[in-house]
Design a protein around this ligand. Structure first.
Ligand code: PRX
Length: 647
């Protein structure tokens, strides 16, 4: 923790949308009368039929139901594209920067309209209708945004699967939501390396009973791929057959917009469902206020559209606001560690939003690769995805932003749809490592283990006391799981799964997950998923996975593995298990350390005591706590003496 405080520069207080006094009055209005507040701000998007009802939400156990603007009718693609055509048709909507610095493209709102309509017609010709699910497995190319908006235009529900997931993970997600159409590319390109996306789709679809009806393949690299006649079509060939006019489907505010799978502490990833009206109002409003977005800004969020940050803050929020949003295909260190800063100069980026893990890895290369670039266009920096350590914060502030650019450390989740706790750059003083204060309409509370609400400066678990428009509505196909996961721990409140501290100024400091979810390079993972991948290996009898502090990734993956009787714990097997997990889930789930453990610490009833495993992985051997309830206290000694170290 750092005790430094950076006051709001007076220029920012004057020029930003809100200063501190304004924040306080707007915040009070938003929580005192949510109906009046959101009734007004809901008008920021265009409605085909205006809503007459605003908030209708219940967190009551057994009856959790979340509806916003429920009788309004609109269309997300209409709001992100059509409504801008008259005033800013020739303005650039998307700047695309390719993996190679030699490739970039600018797409105006008028061109975006034409592309989205064409893609929508290609889908429509293949029978896609309102309510159908479409899986998108694309690299960071403009077609990813076109595909999202094309689905939204038709009222189809998209489910994007990050290109780093394996065929198994992709197949599970296609099957879970019953998609009959998949949009992919021949290959992706990242850091000069090719990713076999179409081949992965083939492998995924082969596992699914009944397969899928259509696979639409965007040509990215031109690499040769297998095409199944009757099922697969190249996008450019299909697009050549259609017009660029497709009507926008009238959608009720509560009609689904997308499903996005995310990891929880138990079981398979959950299909987080977001709907139309409230989501778009919230994404666009947070994008405007948190980033103090003004017309003329060039805005760049480095996330992948496979994650929620890409949904809300590359595509929906910025485009709803008529912004120019930059989409980057590559990685921070290719072809050099100056790439981010080079791109900022090349496209005159003014607002830059990235993840702590990227900052920490670039920090390692020193200041020179940053300082040799200008970055004079920058005026605001943002951070998202995991707690930012004060050292990384200071480096970002001092070296990248030259002490000129406020940093908005934005806390939120796939489930929340948009940013919930964050500074507003003209209103909030900054404390490195703190996400600071709630956005309008957000009511955080800190509770103790028993659910008692803590007051003043305190530390405990973070819950949100009431709904906001961007909140997820359900787990796709499993409302019971939605209630159990988020509303059962502290009945009547949304439980975030995060721990946090509130200081005497009322600022929030997120301390990380308190459940069995880990955050590896800003990628969220359930330890249970990695465990089930490990135990699926024929030589593994049992596995327990925990996070451990990692300098670059934030958290690394530490796996304790018990082998089947007679199996030898060799270095070769260790490598085989890492490769196995990569294949089962994807490279982002590769264990960093595997410890072969003849026994795991279990209670007499057979429950693994993860607390002990976590402490060992964190090298905190002195604070293992009470081990007297273990069936065999001897295993702890063995685990400690064989603790794996970072290599
Ligand atoms: O633990 C919190 C962490 O990321 C989790 C949500 O992950 P995901 O759903 O993948 O969404 C990431 C992008 C919004 C949270 O429960 N997290 C996210 N942002 C921050 C954060 N932790 C601390 N500070 C943040 N700014």
């Amino acid at each position: 923790m750092s005790d430094k405080v950076y006051d709001v520069p007076s220029q920012w207080a004057q020029k930003a949308y809100v200063d501190d006094a304004h924040y306080k009055s707007m915040y009070a209005a938003s929580v005192n009368d949510p109906n009046a507040f959101w009734g007004e701000h809901g008008k920021r998007i265009d409605w085909f039929t205006p809503y007459t009802k605003v908030k209708n939400t219940s967190y009551d156990p057994g009856h959790v139901s979340i509806k916003w603007f429920e009788d309004g009718v609109t269309n997300v693609a209409y709001n992100c594209v059509d409504r801008h055509l008259e005033t800013r048709g020739d303005q650039v909507a998307i700047i695309w920067e390719g993996d190679s610095p030699d490739e970039s493209r600018k797409i105006t709102y008028r061109e975006l309209s034409s592309e989205v309509n064409k893609l929508a017609n290609v889908l429509r010709n293949r029978g896609v209708e309102k309510g159908d699910r479409v899986t998108i497995y694309l690299p960071m190319i403009p077609e990813a945004a076109f595909a999202m908006l094309a689905c939204a235009r038709l009222g189809a529900i998209h489910s994007i699967v990050f290109g780093g997931f394996s065929p198994d993970s992709l197949g599970g997600r296609i099957a879970d939501c019953g998609s009959k159409v998949v949009i992919t590319a021949d290959e992706g390109l990242r850091g000069g390396r090719k990713v076999p996306l179409k081949a992965n789709v083939d492998a995924a679809v082969n596992q699914i009973e009944g397969g899928v009806d259509h696979v639409i393949v965007v040509r990215r690299t031109g690499g040769k791929v297998d095409m199944t006649p009757g099922r697969d079509v190249y996008y450019d060939e299909a697009a050549a057959m259609v017009t660029d006019e497709c009507p926008a489907e009238p959608m009720n505010a509560e009609d689904p917009l997308f499903i996005l799978y995310t990891s929880g502490s138990t079981g398979k990833p959950k299909g987080v469902l977001h709907t139309t009206g409230g989501y778009l109002v919230y994404a666009s409003m947070t994008h405007q206020y948190v980033f103090d977005y003004h017309p003329g800004d060039i805005y760049w969020c480095t996330a992948d559209v496979g994650w929620v940050t890409g949904h809300s803050y590359i595509v929906y929020g910025p485009l709803a606001n008529g912004a120019t949003t930059l989409m980057f295909e590559g990685i921070p260190n290719y072809p050099s560690v100056s790439r981010f800063w080079d791109v900022i100069d090349k496209h005159q980026v003014s607002i830059f939003y990235t993840a702590p893990t990227a900052i920490r890895s670039l920090m390692q290369a020193g200041e020179e690769p940053v300082k040799k670039t200008s970055r004079a266009s920058l005026r605001l920096l943002g951070s998202v995805g995991e707690p930012i350590n004060p050292e990384a914060w200071e480096w970002y502030y001092r070296v990248v932003g030259e002490e000129r650019c406020p940093i908005v450390d934005t806390w939120w989740q796939t489930e929340t749809g948009g940013i919930l706790i964050t500074p507003l750059p003209g209103a909030t003083k900054l404390k490195p490592g703190s996400a600071t204060r709630p956005f309008f309409g957000v009511q955080p509370e800190v509770v103790d283990a028993a659910g008692g609400v803590l007051e003043g400066a305190c530390e405990g678990n973070l819950v949100i006391a009431d709904s906001w428009p961007g909140q997820m509505r359900t787990v796709y196909g499993d409302h019971e799981r939605f209630e159990q996961t988020y509303f059962a721990t502290y009945p009547g409140k949304y439980f975030t799964g995060d721990g946090c501290r509130r200081d005497a100024d009322g600022f929030y400091w997120i301390t990380g997950r308190v459940d069995d979810v880990i955050n590896v390079s800003g990628h969220r993972m359930g330890t249970a998923e990695v465990e089930s991948a490990l135990v699926a290996h024929p030589k593994v009898s049992e596995a327990a996975v925990v996070g451990f502090p990692h300098d670059i990734k934030g958290q690394g993956i530490y796996a304790y593995v018990t082998l089947m009787d007679g199996e030898e714990p060799t270095e070769e097997l260790r490598k085989e298990l890492v490769a196995w997990v990569r294949r089962e889930i994807g490279p982002i789930a590769s264990p960093d350390l595997i410890q072969f453990a003849p026994g795991l610490p279990k209670t007499r009833s057979g429950k693994i005591m993860r607390r002990i495993l976590r402490k060992i992985a964190e090298d905190q051997f002195d604070s293992l706590g009470d081990t007297s309830t273990l069936a065999d206290p001897g295993v702890v000694e063995d685990l400690i003496s064989n603790r794996q170290n970072k290599r």
